[in-house]
Design a protein around this ligand. Structure first.
Ligand SMILES: [Ca+2]
Length: 299
């Protein structure tokens, strides 16, 4: 029996999303109330610039009388795999049928397919809760619902503002929800690989109970970005260059934890080392494989 340890464990990279490029940013203040902002396509509901619920005056974006699960998509963007949405929304009366706004991620233009991340607001601690749905051919499936960590909402009342960030990269869905004025918390995460490929970002209306009638639901200072989550693994040493999952392919049990079937880097000289721990037996072997694309761009 021979114990084999090749390399120490070293992990430098966090799992926080890395911005690749901004796609959309809007405070809606210079837009005409009652109109649909350019680039957006409403699937269900009446989505327009609103004069109520604004954080940066005078306007916000949403529905004056929302129906639960109405969607509007930012169809002007190119469909991509990995994206994040950032915004702020007014909290209507918690634990009532009043409306709120969530994110559609990697969704089809018609909103029939994609992931949906929806907040709910409650009258008691922890006040915030996030519901994560997937929608396949129009059928919603609740994947999980998790309360916000203690401290994200020291208190909460109607008229307060809540900030949110939602993101997806590969099979990793990440979100955070916290009261405006409170320190920005870390991400909560969930993994699902049912919906791969590419899609677009959009908004999704809901309410603070699982009912069908909501009042106004609005969002302000909205931003959409193209992001990546760096690949991390406790048993892999990544060189100090940007590595990332390409989000292609279903995650298999023997793949990189939380990653996809591929990891990529655009940086020449990027490398990785792995640590193997185990018992070496007669005729045992370790197989590794790698491939390289020859880039045509300047290095
Ligand atoms: Ca505004």
């Amino acid at each position: 029996m021979l114990s084999l340890k090749l390399l120490p464990i070293a992990v430098f990279l966090s799992s926080l999303p890395t911005l690749l490029g901004q796609i959309y940013q809007q405070n809606f203040d210079a837009l005409t109330a009652g109109t649909l902002p350019a680039g957006w396509t409403a699937n269900t509901g009446t989505w327009t610039v609103q004069t109520t619920g604004n954080f940066s005056s005078p306007n916000a974006f949403g529905e004056a009388a929302a129906g639960a699960r109405d969607t509007v998509m930012y169809t002007a963007m190119t469909a991509i795999a990995d994206m994040s949405m950032t915004g702020i929304e007014i909290v209507n009366t918690p634990d009532t049928m009043t409306g709120n706004i969530g994110c559609a991620l990697r969704a089809s233009d018609d909103g029939q397919n994609g992931y949906f991340v929806l907040p709910r607001f409650h009258v008691a601690a922890p006040y915030g809760e996030m519901f994560i749905f997937k929608r396949v051919a129009g059928v919603y499936t609740l994947l999980t619902n998790l309360p916000t960590p203690a401290g994200n909402f020291p208190s909460l009342a109607a008229g307060d503002f809540a900030r949110f960030k939602c993101a997806i990269s590969g099979s990793s869905i990440q979100w955070k929800l916290w009261r405006n004025g409170t320190a920005e918390p870390g991400y909560q995460t969930f993994t699902d690989s049912a919906i791969g490929g590419t899609g677009k970002a959009g908004l999704y209306s809901g309410n603070n109970l699982d009912g069908t009638t909501t009042g106004a639901s609005t969002v302000d200072d909205l931003r959409i970005d193209n992001v990546i989550f760096p690949v991390t693994d406790a048993n892999v040493f990544w060189s100090p260059y940007t590595w990332y999952s390409d989000g292609v392919g279903a995650v298999q049990p023997n793949n990189i934890n939380g990653g996809s079937t591929f990891a990529q880097s655009i940086y020449y000289g990027a490398y990785l080392k792995t640590k193997f721990t185990g018992t070496l037996r007669p005729a045992a072997f370790i197989a590794c494989s790698a491939s390289r694309k020859v880039a045509s761009g300047p290095f």
